[in-house]
Write a protein that binds this ligand. Structure first.
Ligand code: DAH
Length: 340
């Protein structure tokens, strides 16, 4: 019997050593240690061994049983570790692969410009306010002191949703909303989309962007207006840029002016981009808030004065980035956008 046991253990050790997977190991466990396994049946056959030999053989068989058990356990661990290693090898991710496939983009130039402007005015102590893109004729025209026959009210200029509701043709309507809230003093800017019934060309688009600025307080003067505009223009375009204030007419301001800046490409010398004038296209309209507008919003025009201006954000972006066509801002051509 001793010999039988030794051969059995030798065979078992070899087979366990050779096993390649958990299924094979399980079969071996059944073969040797299972209910009808070889060690088990040897244990059962102890009864046929002589009384003197029996305890010795019993002890031996139990020892061998434990030995095989231990071998099976060790091999199971080895196979499991190999499985994990194999998996890691197969699933390795090459983080350097296709590294040029996805590159980080950036904000569209209009949003970029709008954020820069907001940041600038925020630093100057202004509040940032938002207003609706669909607004009433009252807020967009009537309360802004716009005469009933003003050409900007025409269907050819403004998109009407019905008789009293329009796609706002300018952000000046937000001035009215803020003034009607009645919290004085006011120091606010508001940027967003505006709409006009314009044909698309290199400087026009039916949807464009404006930023409105409004200050209402006691003793606000034209000097404050000019100073504020000069500070923001220099911050936006550089110290060497000059501004030019031209008299103009707007129904909601008195006096009213338009503002140009020196061409940022030739710095005012004259070049093809500015038609040799040395000045960029008109960037903003401005003025002292008309007393009628203050009164329409319930503000005492004897006590309070204000200044306001509205600028074309798209035009600011065009001047800042040296673009000669507004459509470039809307085409979303990656080859163009990637240059900035
Ligand atoms: N709303 C004017 C426009 O769209 C721009 C403007 C002019 C805004 C004078 C103002 C202002 O606030 O005071 O052309």
């Amino acid at each position: 019997m001793q010999e039988k046991v030794n051969t059995l253990v030798k065979n078992a050790t070899e087979k366990i050593e050779k096993a390649n997977n958990l299924n094979e190991l399980n079969d071996l466990r059944v073969k040797y240690l299972g209910k009808k396994g070889e060690i088990t049946s040897l244990l059962k056959s102890l009864s046929s061994v002589s009384k003197e030999e029996r305890p010795k053989m019993g002890k031996l068989l139990n020892e061998k049983r434990n030995e095989i058990e231990k071998l099976l356990k060790q091999k199971t661990q080895v196979i499991n570790e190999q499985k994990v290693e194999q998996k890691i090898k197969e699933e390795t991710i090459d983080v350097t692969a296709n590294r040029n496939k996805y590159t980080q983009g950036h904000l569209n130039l209009i949003n970029e410009t709008m954020r820069q402007l907001e940041e600038l005015f925020l630093n100057m102590g202004f509040d940032i306010v938002s207003g609706p893109e669909i607004d009433t004729v009252e807020n967009c025209f009537d309360d802004l002191n716009s005469p009933k026959n003003h050409p900007s009210r025409d269907l050819t200029d403004t998109f009407y949703l019905d008789k009293n509701v329009v796609l706002r043709p300018h952000t000046s309507s937000v001035q009215i909303r803020v003034m009607k809230e009645g919290n004085l003093p006011i120091r606010m800017v508001s940027a967003g989309r505006t709409f006009r019934n314009d044909e698309v060309d290199d400087t026009h688009s039916p949807m464009f962007h404006q930023m409105e600025c409004l200050v209402v307080d006691e003793n606000v003067s034209l000097a404050n207006l000019k100073d504020t505009i000069n500070i923001f223009i220099k911050n936006m375009f550089g110290e060497e840029i000059k501004t030019r204030f031209r008299p103009h007419y707007f129904p909601f301001t008195e006096p009213s002016l338009e503002v140009d800046v020196t061409c940022p490409i030739c710095k005012g010398k004259g070049c093809s981009a500015c038609n040799n004038t040395g000045w960029s296209m008109e960037l903003l309209g401005a003025g002292m808030v008309h007393p009628n507008v203050l009164e329409n919003c319930g503000i005492d025009s004897e006590k309070y004065t204000g200044f306001a201006f509205g600028m074309g954000v798209d035009r600011i972006a065009m001047v800042k980035y040296g673009l000669d066509d507004i459509r470039l801002l809307y085409d979303n051509d990656k080859r163009f956008l990637e240059q900035f």
